[in-house]
Design a protein around this ligand. Structure first.
Ligand code: UDX
Length: 426
């Protein structure tokens, strides 16, 4: 099938690679010319394992092309898949400028039937609104169908996730549109969930809000464990064995970050407020996540008898391992607060070498530990979990290791003569 993908961001590119690999003919467009230039040189503008290779392979076999020519693409392709960004406003509302501009252009150019698939994460009822927008712009209702088809990709494993989805959500009021979307994905082995446009939008938010809730639950519980001398990791393992709970998203630590959870929780809260609906759980999830960084900092403060004037090493700046993304990173928030409390910070991150913060970057993880009073593992990269702790001990002035992801082997750390501190693991 001929598909035009609008938006060569994280979701657009991964979907382009997937659909081309499934045998479709993909034209991916983006208004950012520098991005298109890079893609046409065979380079991916984002770091995602396996993505660049897959994009290049399908460019070479002719199934995938990139350009900035929106209009030509809109005129020719019968299927438009929209994956433009939907960032949030300070009040939690979602900026739909990019989406509206795409629809404005569709309304001006449409002359044959278009199936419009929305991948971008949007607040409930946005797709219904877009449908009405086209009708009000004078477009005949028989000329288009809208389908809401949200993605559930994790950064760092987006390519794998797109080939192995646990479900494919298809929201639409048109049975024929739903059938076409099923055909697009027919080579994937996943159950379909058919729903309304708004149902699909809410499934996406429910998924992210529930996962964030699991994390904040376990993080709050880790503070209780702190008081009773019980290891939170044992609790996670135990409750995770109950199939009604499941083992995932129970890793306690500094809390969640990234481009999805914080934004989607805010958007959902805003959407609920707009309809005068209280969301106590959502607010609590957010509050626990915000407080978590302070909880770690206060714990460190006590352990090393004051923070002012101390040099702290922070390993990992990204919001999770295997990515170069620092958006809404709890580690960056931690650094900000430590600076505010009078610390100096030396950091090492396998993928990040610059920051807007006044912090020093070391060329490797051991040099980052040099002359520090304490070291914080803020992102659970594998190389931090398997660190040579004797080497760390020799480099540091102090001996406190704060495990910000409860991911270290306490025995290995203490065997090197270091003082291990976790939350919910004391
Ligand atoms: C998430 C969803 O998983 C994905 O389905 C959705 O489409 C986009 O948002 P992503 O943002 O890539 O994906 O990251 P994810 O792996 O879900 O982790 C989110 C945050 O939660 C990270 O900061 C991570 O460190 C934290 N986390 C995750 C925990 O603190 N504990 C856990 O047990 C799991």
């Amino acid at each position: 099938m001929d598909i035009c993908i609008v938006g060569a961001g994280y979701v657009g590119l991964t979907t382009a690679a997937l659909l081309a690999e499934l045998g479709h003919s993909i034209h991916c467009i983006d208004k950012d010319i520098s991005k298109i230039k890079l893609l046409n040189e065979g380079k991916s503008p984002i770091h995602e394992p396996g993505l660049e290779e897959l994009l290049r392979k399908n460019q070479q076999n002719g199934r995938l092309i990139f350009s900035d020519d929106r209009e030509a693409c809109f005129l020719n392709a019968p299927i438009l898949l929209i994956a433009v960004g939907t960032p949030s406003k300070p009040n939690g509302d979602t900026k739909l400028t990019a989406l509206k501009s795409v629809f404005e252009q569709i309304s001006r150019n449409i002359s044959s039937h278009k199936l419009i698939i929305i991948k971008s994460t949007v607040p409930p009822s946005t797709n219904e609104w877009l449908h009405q927008y086209l009708i009000k712009s004078g477009v005949d209702a028989t000329l288009f169908d809208i389908v809401s088809n949200p993605e559930f990709l994790r950064e760092g494993s987006a390519v794998y996730d797109s080939f192995h989805p646990d479900k494919i959500v298809i929201g639409s009021s048109s049975a024929s549109a739903i059938e076409t979307v099923k055909k697009i994905y027919e080579k994937l082995n996943a159950p379909y969930i058919e729903t309304s446009l708004t149902g699909a939008e809410l499934m996406k938010y429910a998924s992210n809000a529930f996962l964030a809730t699991k994390i904040s639950f376990i993080n709050e519980f880790s503070r209780i464990c702190d008081q009773y001398g019980v290891d939170i990791n044992e609790i996670s393992t135990s409750i995770g064995m109950d199939p009604r709970i499941g083992p995932h998203f129970l890793q306690s630590g500094l809390g969640y970050g990234g481009s999805c959870f914080p934004k989607d929780l805010d958007a959902l809260g805003y959407a609920a407020r707009k309809r005068r609906t209280k969301t106590d759980i959502l607010r609590a999830v957010k509050k626990v996540n915000e407080d978590q960084v302070d909880y770690y900092i206060n714990k460190l403060d006590k352990e090393i008898h004051g923070l002012r004037g101390k040099q702290i090493t922070v390993w990992g700046l990204t919001f999770k391992p295997n990515t170069d993304d620092v958006r809404e990173s709890q580690s960056v928030k931690l650094c900000e607060k430590l600076l505010h409390r009078g610390c100096s910070i030396v950091t090492y991150d396998p993928k990040v070498q610059t920051s807007r913060l006044p912090i020093e970057f070391a060329p490797d993880m051991y040099q980052a530990a040099k002359y520090s009073h304490a070291l914080i593992v803020a992102t659970d990269w594998q190389q931090f979990k398997s660190a040579d702790w004797l080497k760390v001990k020799k480099a540091m002035i102090g001996n406190t290791i704060l495990d910000g992801r409860n991911c270290l082997d306490r025995a290995e750390v203490t065997a090197a003569g270091l003082h291990y501190v976790g939350v919910g693991r004391s």
